[in-house]
Design a protein around this ligand. Structure first.
Ligand SMILES: Cc1cc2nc3c(=O)[nH]c(=O)nc-3n(C[C@H](O)[C@H](O)[C@H](O)COP(=O)(O)O)c2cc1C
Length: 169
């Protein structure tokens, strides 16, 4: 698979097969995430793998846009560490780049994924902080349910010439 195929064909997947994912595959896609660029190379991310059905169901019940957790075999909570001033400034950007790698890596392994937003919604941040026992300076940015897809999505046409500007807007 080349990079263009992964970037263009990846879609948000919200229906998953009832099939477990090998731990080795999960570790590998988290490794992809850890190779993302980050400000000053501080790598402020943490990845919490959630497999327990009762935890996935609990989040699903309390989050308005996370119905897909019902069929997901697991989800990864991507959290930022806010220890340094640099991390406080850039954690969200750094973690977002890691998530993009995670999602493209999932696609490469034949898995589907979707970004479920947590930060900056205070009630969702608190929900995950409580459920996952996060320390004060660890903030959950997003939850990424991952699984073998049980839906086929069309590839949209997204290239728009008018979004490209030469020299000036
Ligand atoms: C910051 C962000 C927050 C999102 N939050 C949710 C969410 O809470 N629930 C959900 O089902 N999808 C969520 N999505 C997925 C978007 O709906 C999806 O990426 C968009 O519709 C484009 O579709 P595609 O991913 O298939 O290209 C989110 C995506 C981003 C980038």
């Amino acid at each position: 698979m080349n990079l263009k195929e992964a970037i263009v064909n990846r879609r948000s997947i919200r229906k998953f097969q009832n099939r477990e994912i090998d731990d080795k595959i999960i570790r590998e896609i988290i490794e992809y995430a850890m190779y993302a660029p980050s400000a000053k190379d501080e790598q402020p991310w943490h990845f919490i793998i959630i497999k327990k059905r009762e935890t996935l169901n609990l989040i699903e019940k309390k989050h308005p846009y996370a119905k897909m957790l019902k069929s997901a075999p697991l989800a990864i909570a991507v959290c930022g560490e806010l220890k340094s001033e640099n991390q406080q400034r850039y954690w969200m950007l750094d973690c977002s780049l890691a998530i993009q790698n995670l999602m493209l890596g999932s696609y490469e392994k034949g898995l589907g994924s979707v970004w479920v937003s947590i930060y900056p919604r205070e009630e969702r941040v608190k929900l995950l902080k409580d459920i996952l026992s996060l320390p004060d300076d660890i903030i959950p940015l997003a939850l990424i349910p991952i699984g073998y897809p049980n839906e086929i999505k069309k590839i949209p046409q997204r290239f728009k010439e008018e979004k490209i500007h030469l020299e000036k807007f």
